[in-house]
Write a protein that binds this ligand. Structure first.
Ligand SMILES: Cc1cc2nc3c(=O)[nH]c(=O)nc-3n(C[C@H](O)[C@H](O)[C@H](O)COP(=O)(O)OP(=O)(O)OC[C@H]3O[C@@H](n4cnc5c(N)ncnc54)[C@H](O)[C@@H]3O)c2cc1C
Length: 411
């Protein structure tokens, strides 16, 4: 069979390799001058290529499309990914949180490995080749349009990614291809991104990093998301860092002006436990000022803002704080409120949530239910996961799953 793979990212290179290994004539079209531009910037240039967890543990980190990818991540899991890279001469190592990186700490080695695998399998790689259209004739894709030319293919794999970091080439073309043949798109929203806040505090707190804190979000007083205990930081316009990125993936479908975000600075202590600690601290501080009390509880730069919110004077003697004041200190430490303005845009969102409607794709082979010789793999689908190597693994697992639909004609 003559197969076209559109997109030279993680999912495109993996599907092209696996289909070509079965003896098919595969051509991969990449609009950029080189392959894997997005892979190059992953993991801060080190590429967190997968996560050494499988099954339910892996699925816990999938935000959208859990059920849909269940089969795919079983068929080709993180162990298979490690084996794949080892076979092409790219040894990997496991770090904190089961995050897997190339031993060299170079994302370029991952691109090199994927390219090598394609070349070994005989994939015809066409760079600087932007696919403009896919052509539907009598309920089947007959080919694609590249530049001005119409090229015929027996099957087409769309691996064009989402629309985040568009400078890498992921500009949502796959959504247009899918729509042109009748597919519906779940509207794309940024995920794993920073959150802008309606607060002048951010500018002054810019660069402040908080460890061992927890975030939660409420809508109409109901908790809609609670983070794990972790790290966050203030930016000039809002908040970012690991627990903020995770939170963004869970609140990105909510109307920002209807939700409220909170920081719990002391997640390990209950509200009552915190009051008891404040009482103890005050006894130890004797006649010292409230500023000394707060210095034991918060980073210095936050203290003036905290005191302002409470309406207390930092020069006031700590042992003069009455029961109500102590209670409100504890309360604010556990519920420091911010109103979100918006999520950061696609230019800086690590992934795109939304994409090809999963109801119209058969998860057994990532095959369109509307057009029999059309496949979708990777981030173009309405799937996304948390940080930790899960998104690249989803790209690889969906790619290999798609290749499984192609008969092995080498046997
Ligand atoms: C800054 C950053 C860091 C990240 N770090 C990690 C990490 O460490 N670990 C992890 O698991 N995930 C990470 N991710 C997410 C991960 O990179 C993506 O989920 C994954 O690369 C998606 O792969 P893909 O093949 O589906 O799409 P993409 O990588 O987006 O590839 C799509 C390709 O298709 C090409 N293309 C698009 N349209 C056309 C067209 N019309 N014709 C021809 N070619 C076309 C594009 O140029 C692009 O090369 C990161 C993302 C970003 C932005």
């Amino acid at each position: 069979m003559k197969v076209a793979v559109i997109g030279g990212g993680a999912s495109g290179m993996m599907s092209a390799t696996m289909i070509a290994r079965k003896g098919h004539e595969v051509t991969l079209f990449e609009k950029n001058e080189k392959l894997g531009k997005k892979i190059y910037i992953t993991g801060k240039g080190r590429c967190n290529v997968t996560n050494a967890t499988v099954g339910d543990e892996f699925l816990k980190n999938v935000v959208n499309g859990k059920k849909f990818v269940m089969g795919a991540i079983t068929r080709f899991n993180s162990t298979d990914t490690c084996e794949f890279f080892s076979e092409v001469g790219v040894p990997l190592k496991i770090e904190r949180g089961n995050r897997v990186f190339p031993e060299s700490d170079k994302s370029s080695d991952i691109i090199f490995g994927l390219e090598k695998a394609m070349r070994w399998a005989g994939v015809n790689i066409r760079l600087n080749s932007e696919v403009k259209k896919i052509i539907l004739k009598e309920d089947k894709i007959s080919g694609i349009v590249v530049g001005e030319k119409e090229l015929n293919f027996d099957a087409v794999v769309v691996a064009t990614g989402g629309i985040s970091y568009p400078a890498t080439g992921s500009t949502g073309d796959g959504y247009e291809f899918a729509k042109s043949v009748g597919h519906s798109i779940i509207s794309p929203v940024p995920a794993l991104c920073a959150i802008k806040l309606k607060s002048s505090e951010c500018k002054q707190l810019e660069g402040l990093s908080l460890k061992n804190v927890k975030l939660f979000a409420k809508q109409e007083n109901k908790i809609i998301y609670e983070s794990e205990v972790g790290e966050m930081l203030f930016t000039s316009s809002g908040i970012s860092g690991p627990i903020v990125l995770s939170m963004s993936s869970f609140i990105n479908r909510f109307e920002m002006n209807k939700i409220v975000l909170y920081i719990d600075f002391k997640p390990a202590i209950s509200h009552d436990g915190l009051i008891a600690r404040i009482d103890r601290d005050i006894i130890n501080l004797k006649a010292k000022q409230t500023s000394s009390l707060l210095e034991g509880l918060l980073p210095k730069s936050l203290i003036p803002h905290f005191a302002k919110r409470l309406g207390i004077k930092l020069t006031e003697k700590a042992n003069q704080l009455n029961k109500e004041k102590r209670k409100s200190i504890a309360n604010l430490l556990k519920n420091y409120e911010y109103l979100p303005l918006s999520l950061e845009n696609f230019n800086s969102a690590v992934v795109t949530a939304g994409g090809i409607n999963l109801k119209e794709v058969n998860p057994k082979y990532m095959k369109s239910k509307l057009v029999s010789n059309l496949y979708f793999v990777g981030e173009v689908l309405d799937i996304d996961a948390l940080t930790g190597g899960f998104n690249l693994q989803l790209a690889f697992s969906t790619a290999v799953t798609c290749a499984n639909d192609f008969k092995d004609i080498k046997e």
